[in-house]
Design a protein around this ligand. Structure first.
Ligand code: PHB
Length: 360
């Protein structure tokens, strides 16, 4: 497929997208303290509707899945109502929007949990670092390892959230299996030391991901379900002894599902952190039989290079979308880009959120 660039239309599942510019999921901590999307979130997403596809910020599937203050959920009716305003505003402007389904697992804190219980995880392995809580940073705690019998209920929570996402008017969902959250904690052996059928072999560590995907596909159909992986991202104290083999296995299993896309965080999400192992993501791209969305510090130039050399089908942009609501127009016109202000990335009001200027 030669000669494609960011402005070559592409069909994702049932959707004909006008361009290959994807807005990456971005946690902005501007929902209410009841984890409900609100008016400023409507403006923010509507401003970015010219993206070929918007993937929302990570969204909790259940109260247990919460890991940060002021992040939205998709498990009660108030949240569905909040999201409906967002999907309607994006659709009014001709955009498409997928909801990213999230459970943070061990990256939570008792103070964020109902009855202050311990966060849950595949194994009782405490990550290094601190949790973000309503009273500031607090050291992570040792999570409670899930019993085998409890796992089906979490898969059901994903399915219930997928149904709510459908009711909220989304165009699809992305299963968040990246960045050290619950599904990734099952995949990689630094966080999964289980001895039941969810631990050990690649097959066993991938079981939870596939159960979640199959449950969500029952609701949406496979063409409206994507998945996000981050094979090398060490964020949230993640590591694996053989990521190339593990994720090669994962991608083979994904092939039989005929998903809307595979979305890959190709390196580390924090620019100042090196991932401890390296392999060529082009291998995963070739192993995957569907559309591949690449993510990770892409510029327009690098994005078009990746598309022209067939190393990706679409490119997602995170940081650039914070400061450039009209990123598509700016790319098209080779216009300058607004500079983002990192002090307003997480939390706050409309300043640094909905007030970045559009091109004249
Ligand atoms: C974050 O809130 O820092 C965050 C959330 C979800 C991610 C990555 C980072 O996938």
């Amino acid at each position: 497929m030669p000669d494609k660039d960011l402005f070559t239309p592409v069909t994702v599942g049932p959707y004909a997208l006008p361009n290959r510019v994807v807005m990456a999921p971005l946690t902005r901590n501007r929902a209410t303290d009841k984890n409900v999307p609100q008016a400023m979130n409507v403006r923010y997403y509507a401003q970015r509707a010219s993206a070929g596809l918007i993937i929302t910020e990570a969204t909790q599937i259940s109260p247990q899945g919460v890991g940060y203050p002021l992040t939205p959920g998709i498990h009660n009716d108030e949240q569905v109502a909040g999201w409906r305003n967002i999907t309607a505003a994006v659709h009014d402007k001709g955009g498409r929007i997928f909801n990213q389904l999230w459970h943070v697992g061990r990256i939570s804190h008792p103070s964020l949990q109902i009855d202050n219980v311990l966060p849950v995880a595949p194994s009782a392995i405490k990550p290094a670092g601190d949790a973000f809580t309503y009273s500031g940073l607090q050291p992570f705690v040792e999570p409670r390892a899930l019993d085998t019998e409890e796992i089906a209920a979490i898969v059901s929570d994903y399915q219930a959230a997928a149904l709510k996402a459908l009711a909220a008017g989304f165009d699809g969902v992305e299963v968040h299996a990246a960045n050290g959250y619950l599904i990734d904690q099952f995949l990689r052996d630094g966080s999964n030391q289980r001895s039941d059928e969810y631990g050990g072999s690649y097959e066993n560590r991938t079981r939870f991901l596939l159960e979640v995907l199959d449950a969500v596909i029952e609701v949406w159909g496979s063409g409206r379900v994507g998945v996000r992986l981050s094979p090398l991202n060490p964020f949230n104290d993640m590591h694996d002894t053989n990521p190339e083999a593990l994720f090669g296995y994962v991608v083979q299993q994904l092939n039989s599902r005929k998903l809307a896309y595979l979305h890959v965080v190709e390196g580390a999400i924090q620019a100042d952190v090196d991932s401890d192992t390296a392999f060529d993501m082009a291998i995963l791209r070739r192993q995957f039989e569907g559309l591949y969305i690449a993510n990770g510090g892409y510029t327009k130039q690098r994005a078009n290079d990746a598309l022209q050399t067939d190393r990706a089908d679409l490119i997602s942009f995170g940081a650039l979308y914070i400061a450039n609501p009209d990123l598509v127009a700016r790319f098209k016109q080779d216009a300058g880009l607004n500079q983002g202000d990192p002090t307003t990335y997480y939390g706050g009001d409309e300043a640094g959120y909905t007030d970045y200027p559009f091109l004249e």
